[in-house]
Design a protein around this ligand. Sequence first.
Ligand SMILES: [Zn+2]
Length: 162
Amino acid sequence: MEGNTHIVGGITAALAFAHYSNDNPLILVGAGAIGALLPDICHKGSKIGRTFPMLSKFVNTLFGHRSFTHSLLFLLLMMLVLHTFIPYRAISVGIIIGMASHILLDMCTKKGVKLFFPASIAVRFPLTTKTGSKVENVVLMLLVICSLYFSYQLIVEFIASA
Ligand SMILES: [Zn+2]
């Protein structure tokens, strides 16, 4: 999936989570959008890969595309790192949610992800699409609609509680 789809996916997931948590929704959403870009550090053409080309090349050479950084192992390690170094829960939780949304979205592509890295099996959903395809545009549109709906819900709740 493309960077924009991932950003909106991270925002949508964070907004959905905000509905059930007491964390600051704006921070959750910001962190969710950033987290949604992190796994693609393994790909030099991605938004984050272009921002950190050296790191991206290093990760790609070491692990290849959509392997370690798209795995449960990486998610778990990031949880530990964030929990240890970032004292603010909404940031760490938001980043993890964004990363998880990224992995789920990439599981909708034919290539899938190496979810159980170091095991090399590619994991994907039964229905898949190609990155940059028309279907991806439809997915992006649905995610935008969902995030608008979740934002609306949060605003209504905020007004009701004020
Ligand atoms: Zn990816």
